[in-house]
Write a protein that binds this ligand. Structure first.
Ligand code: ADP
Ligand code: MG
Length: 695
């Protein structure tokens, strides 16, 4: 058995593999491409492709694919084999630079939001050399971006890379103001903590709701859920431990820095946290992690649920996006420095984030919006749907003193002057205590906690990168031509804090009082997906993305349409599943059980025995089933009337305002019926089975 360092990254054509397999000059050019996004010419691409193919074939690969991230939220691949006829019925394994760099595929079945007219259904995939190629199930996967014939982005990766370029460009301008002229690139870094549930595969197979929608649409509350907090960080059950071990191994082979695995708050809920890396790689790795999590679970006869809210009444699953900015020399720009000058630079970058989060709260909310995540945000288990920032008392005090020109250190009465005074080091745990904030400073990075577990982390990082790029741009524009840099810097920081103070909130984000306070402060409160999606294409936001060349107006409008459509489709499937389960299983089961009770009561009466139990339950279940029947008829009617909605926006509003409340009413009645019935007659595994079924 090989040791972890021996097999770590063995399925990745990474720096080590490139160094050992590429001619020195090619390797150098490749490095340059990866670091600074320089183009690679076709002659070099041919050499790289050939080396990549040899490496892949040696490691068992027979096929290659351009691996991309369309707007479906998952990844896509189309396999081509390396074989090429070499005469007389034999073949050789071939892979050209052209095949590496560019692929063409029929894009018509991926969501495009109307960008691509049907006669021009071609889509192109283009190699993203900043993310390493890897082997998955004997296929060489080449990370690519996915565009239409006209060059419009049809994926998550293209805008992400564009946003990274935008922030790099603006951050470099700021850094040169601080005398750092030798920085060639600035990258954002991300560590995405991923939550998930594990359920037994045999039980899963009996739940149509889990199969079709990823979440339970019904399920009475079991006697125990998470109230004892005994699962959180609790000892890991042997079946789960075996799974985690396998998972780690698979992820490590793919060079994914899986670091911590532990139980989460809800029963059957777990978390995996990797060590951070650059945002584009972190995004690829998170997509891969989700895929591998599901595959490995199947091997252990379990199903990994990535839905944001698989179970009512217990915590849902999220993703914490830990985010920072790093120079190509490895300096973390959100790390407070040792000298006053370094600290001034830190404060400016910090302010850039504060300004960005306040100015683009609406976009950040949009970036985490989905039908699934609507169940979590504001439900007292995840941050509210209102964006605010937590900085911690120490940092808050420092900012206060800058704004008010007041004493910072109560004892020494120092008036904090940017660029003159040294800031204290912030204890990491001092800033980490607040777990209820959507956007918290945690010592040398920000943790954005509103992301749902199922969605790609790309959207959130596209917004973050672009919004911060915009703050930095406005700062650079202001500071580049001033006479007294230090004065101007002090004023700029002061002004930012004054203007954007409202976004900072250090209290309990789960408190209802906060929502009222937030409204007084003029912060957005956008509880549902249809509430927030329209902001995606407001003039302010179109301007931001166009300015930084991250999205064109057309691309944004297309995405706006895709997200609305996605919301409607998800709810449509959920509603149809409710109808199916109720009419095919639930009502027949209730009827059968009532029939059995009637028979029992009939016989008991012969003996003049007390039938009050049977009679009460018969009455109770009969009125519940009549109610369920009536409501499902109503649901069916409303669902077909939605087809006449003028557009997807109206449709989405109808789903939210009429379908969801109806589904909730039906669920409540069904759950009551489940509690009244013999478990022998209930057609589905119960919550207790699902949540506590794995030992
Ligand atoms: P915890 O959330 O338990 O306090 P940490 O704060 O150490 O744990 O890390 C949480 C996540 O943040 C990890 O994925 C870690 O790799 C990531 N992280 C740490 N530093 C950075 C950084 N500079 N940029 C992005 N992510 C980071
Ligand atoms: Mg964390």
């Amino acid at each position: 058995m090989r040791s972890v360092p021996e097999y770590f990254g063995c399925m990745v054509f990474d720096d080590k593999a490139m160094k050992s397999r590429l001619p020195k000059e090619t390797y150098k050019a490749m490095k340059k491409t990866i670091q600074d996004g320089k183009r690679l010419d076709i002659a070099l691409a041919n050499i790289v492709a050939n080396a990549m193919k040899d490496w892949a074939v040696e490691n068992g690969a027979t096929h290659y694919t351009h691996w991309f991230q369309p707007m479906t939220g998952i990844t896509a691949e189309k396999h081509d084999s390396f074989i090429s006829p070499s005469g007389e019925g034999s073949v050789i394994m071939e892979f050209s630079g052209k095949e590496l760099v560019k692929g063409e595929s029929d894009a018509s079945s991926f969501p495009s939001g109307g960008i691509r007219s049907t006669f021009e259904a071609r889509g192109y995939t283009a190699w993203d050399p900043t993310s390493y190629a890897f082997i998955k199930e004997d296929v060489l996967c080449i990370p690519t971006v996915f565009c239409s014939y006209g060059g419009e982005a049809l994926d998550m990766k293209t805008p992400l890379l564009r946003s990274m370029e935008a922030i790099s460009k603006q951050a470099k301008r700021i850094l040169s103001l601080f005398g750092q002229n030798d920085i060639t690139s600035v990258k954002t870094t991300v560590g995405a903590e991923q939550e998930y549930f594990l359920v037994d595969a045999d039980m899963y197979a009996k739940r149509k709701d889990l199969i079709f929608t990823g979440r339970t649409l019904f399920g009475a509350k079991p006697p125990k859920t998470q109230e004892l907090d005994d699962h959180y960080f609790g000892s890991i059950k042997s079946r789960v431990a075996a799974y985690m071990k396998d998972l780690d191994e698979e992820l490590w082979k793919l060079g994914i820095l899986a670091k911590t695995e532990h139980n989460e708050a809800a029963p059957a809920q777990h978390e995996l946290a990797p060590i951070f890396t650059t945002t584009n790689i972190a995004t690829d790795h998170n997509q891969l992690t989700m895929e591998i999590m599901q595959k490995v679970a199947k091997k252990h006869n379990m199903i990994c649920l990535l839905h944001e809210k698989p179970f009512e009444g217990v915590n849902g699953s999220g993703k914490h996006n830990n985010w920072s900015i790093t120079t190509n020399k490895g300096a973390n720009l959100l790390e407070p420095g040792e000298t006053p000058y370094d600290n001034a630079q830190f404060l400016l970058f910090l302010c850039a984030v504060i300004k960005a989060v306040d100015d683009y709260q609406d976009l950040l909310r949009v970036s985490v919006a989905s039908a699934g995540n609507d169940h979590r945000l504001g439900a007292g288990e995840a941050p509210p749907a209102v964006i605010s920032m937590f900085l911690g008392d120490e940092l808050d005090e420092i900012l206060e003193s800058i704004v008010n020109d007041s004493a910072y250190d109560a004892k020494e009465k120092v008036q904090l002057r940017v660029g003159v005074h040294v800031l204290p080091r912030f204890a990491k745990d001092a800033t980490d205590r607040n777990r209820t904030s959507p956007f918290a400073f945690t010592g040398n990075k920000f943790e954005f906690r509103m992301l749902g577990s199922a969605k790609s982390i790309a959207s959130a990082n596209i917004v973050l990168n672009t919004a911060v790029a915009e703050s930095l741009k406005s700062y650079a524009d202001r500071l580049e031509n001033v006479d007294n840099f230090e004065d101007a810097l002090h004023e700029l920081i002061k002004k930012t804090i004054k203007d954007h103070k409202r976004i900072i909130f250090n209290g309990n984000g789960y408190d209802d009082e906060w929502i009222k306070e937030a409204e007084r402060r003029g912060l957005y409160n956008l509880p549902t997906t249809p509430d927030c999606l329209p902001y995606m294409i407001s003039e302010k936001n179109v301007k931001l993305f166009e300015e930084h060349k991250v999205f064109t107006r057309e691309e944004l409008e297309a995405r706006h349409e895709i997200y609305f459509e996605g919301y409607c489709k998800t709810l449509n499937i959920e509603a149809l599943t409710v109808l199916d389960m109720v009419s095919k299983n639930i009502l027949p089961a209730i009827s059968k059980y009532v029939g059995k009770l009637c028979k029992t009561a009939e016989r008991k009466r012969i003996f003049a025995a007390d039938c009050s139990y049977e009679e009460d339950i018969i009455k109770e279940l009969s009125s519940l089933s009549a109610f369920i029947y009536r409501k499902t008829n109503e649901l069916e009617k409303v669902l077909s009337s939605i087809k006449s909605a003028a557009d997807t926006v109206e449709e989405a509003n109808m789903f939210r305002d009429t379908i969801i409340p109806l589904m909730n009413e039906i669920r409540k009645a069904v759950d009551e019926a489940e509690s009244d019935m013999s478990s022998e007659y209930w057609p589905y595994p119960s919550y207790a089975d699902l949540l506590f079924g794995i030992r």
